[in-house]
Design a protein around this ligand. Sequence first.
Ligand code: NAP
Length: 437
Amino acid sequence: MSRFKIAIVGAGPAGYFSAQALQNSETEDLSFAIDMIERLPTPWGLVRSGVAPDHPKIKTVSKVFEKIATHPNFRLFGNCELGTDFTIEDLTTRYDAVIMCTGSSLGKKLGIPGEDLAGSISAADFVPWYNGHPDYVNVHVDLNGTVAVVIGAGNVAMDCGRILALNPNELDTTDTADHALTKLHASHIRQVYITGRRGPEHAAFTAPELRDLPKLEHTDVTIDAEVIKGALARAEATGEIEKDVRNNLEAMRIIAELEPENRGRALELRFLSTPKEIKGTDRVEEIVFGINRIEDDKVVDTGETYSIKCDLVISAIGYEAIPIEGVKFVKGRIENEEGRVIGTNLYTVGWAKRGPSGVIGTNKSDASDVVKLVVEDLTQPKSTGDITELIKPSHVVVDQPYWERINAAEIAAGEPHEKPRKKAVFIEELLKMGQSL
Ligand code: NAP
């Protein structure tokens, strides 16, 4: 029987699915001791700090994660930070393989004038702010103005636009962080635009998310029907329309046919608009867009512009990874070949590997593919130790029972408010909640 020690860095979906793939690869002759290392006291990554609070079904995947964690050869090391508490070399020399599942959490920059004005923020800050990520509690989100513009036509832009445009009462029974919910209740934002630079047929939204928009009870959702007609005509002219595109266009056509009901809150999806400049003296006052048209499925700048007077701009145009010392990054991702970091015993899965694409389930097949390579590469167990030697005795490690106490305390705190949980948002608070009696 060969038993290999594997470290997984990052307790998000890619981390858990990697652990699951390892567990599923075990045979009579092969087993794995898995140490999952996470810098926060809370695991689940984007399932906790990324998925929108009004989409609780998506979060039920955490049950799968908790099942993976019950495996006898799985250990959680939460509140342990690579780069602070130990180095990558500390891990690669102690484990047979190290799988980096560290995601990508830096928002890409627009690179346009005015981007750094007050009132212009990245979805990479806004999303973890409303989800109670400890690092983002103090992000300044100014909701005193009435108009917000979200840049990007992907699901993150949709989440940001929806959270800003809905009636915050709709979030009262969700796990939205308290500080964000209070601010959203006091928000003056009443008009939200989600803007894409290409046509509706090119939008990165997915159809289920689009189909959810008309369900907003207190918000008029609109799209210019002519723009959708144009997109359908262009898509049909190309021959066979891809299934995803057809579903998206159909969902957008339904929205475009809705009659606005003057509900006092509005969300508009706009296309063919490239952000050129954010204007304002001390803070955001206006955003200028270049108007595009589509020719041969490509975006062409018409040279014309229009602008929207606004108070808040959120760019949701993708992410890149935060560099880690000792690991080579290229184009915002860990340099890798199919998940292998060539010449090392490092591997990578998830957004750190492939960039910020796909839904949570995408990480399952990604993990399974990379774990096949890990298994292929392992010959003899060489492990010389583990993370326990690297952590100071005084350091508080959040192991699985510790996390389960935090989890239970958050769920219990949510119950009287009919919330799935009431999130603690400060590290110290989380650590205190999980202390055993
Ligand atoms: P995304 O799906 O890649 O969308 C990024 C959007 O930003 C695209 O519309 C892109 O337009 C636009 N963009 C990029 N650079 C731009 C620029 N300089 N100026 C203007 N627009 C620009 O990324 P995402 O929304 O961050 O989502 C990341 C992944 O998470 C996606 O796979 C998404 O489906 C997933 N996700 C899923 C859910 C869910 O299932 N509910 C929720 C959130 C996120 P072009 O296409 O023209 O480049």
